[in-house]
Design a protein around this ligand. Structure first.
Ligand code: PGA
Length: 252
């Protein structure tokens, strides 16, 4: 069985003071066992957040990293630096990185491999634009992003990868994919992963949905058989909202 995973991506939000109150809020309630919880602050908040969540059920994630261990890459952060701060997860190839910072499938692949080589769990993001979905190319685009993003990852490490499907048209727009659209695409993603690595590995890879996840749609999404968890942006910035998402109901 794949362990459900709830990830909060804070993006470029939260001063240290805001991070402190948000995490205190998240720690004020007990969380269901048998689920993984991750918060991904900006780099400047990692150290503080790591201290606050130490020995709790919440784990630390980063939003990006470089693939080299060190060197002349002004402004970049390496896997080793993240590990020093007890980071466990790292988001790779978020659509905002692809759109605004020139992240290519090749870079995504190098970063995904570098994360695995450094015992970090990569959350590799894929997603189509609205034009691609309306043109009927969404499966083709997702397959290309998966095949190219995982190009350097062989089967010995593939089961540690987490894939996040985030349709660009659903991110920050309030327009969530329907449960059926999300479930269908995640099923398709697992088929592609099976083609790449065989079914015993693909059955172990967790696949998340992301894009306008909120307290009202979480229960419906998490009841879909293909959805192993969620990657949450806006609704992870308020502790009451993110708590409701982390404590979603899987009954009924
Ligand atoms: P959103 O962002 O929940 O605000 O739509 C999701 C994401 O970009 O990871």
């Amino acid at each position: 069985m794949r362990k459900p995973l709830v990830v909060g991506n804070w993006k470029m939000n939260n001063t240290l003071q805001e991070s402190l109150s948000l995490i205190e809020g998240l720690l004020s309630n007990s969380l269901p066992a048998e689920r993984d919880y991750v918060v991904c602050p900006p780099y400047t908040g990692l150290s503080l957040a790591g201290k606050l969540i130490k020995e709790t059920k919440i784990q630390l994630g980063a939003q990006n990293m470089h693939f080299e261990a060190k060197g002349a890459y002004t402004g970049e952060i390496s896997p080793l630096m993240l590990k020093e701060l007890n980071v466990r997860y790292v988001i790779i190839g978020h659509s905002e990185r692809r759109q605004f910072f020139g992240e290519t499938d090749l870079k995504v692949s190098k970063k995904t491999l570098a994360a695995l080589n450094n015992d970090l769990i990569p959350i590799m993001c894929v997603g189509e634009s609205l034009a691609q979905r309306e043109g009927g190319f969404h499966h083709k685009i997702i397959k290309k992003q998966l095949v190219q993003g995982l190009k350097l990852v062989d089967s010995s490490k593939a089961s540690d990868v987490v894939v996040a499907y985030e349709p660009v048209w659903a991110i920050g727009t309030g327009r969530t994919a329907t449960n059926e659209q999300a479930n269908d695409m995640l099923g398709f993603i697992r088929t592609v992963l099976t083609e790449l690595y065989g079914s015993s590995i693909s059955e172990r890879i967790r696949i998340l949905y992301g894009g306008s996840v909120n307290p009202s749609n979480i229960d419906g999404l998490m009841k879909q058989p293909e959805i192993d968890g969620v990657l949450v942006g806006g609704a992870s910035l308020k502790s009451e909202e993110f708590l409701k998402i982390m404590t979603y109901s899987d009954r009924g």
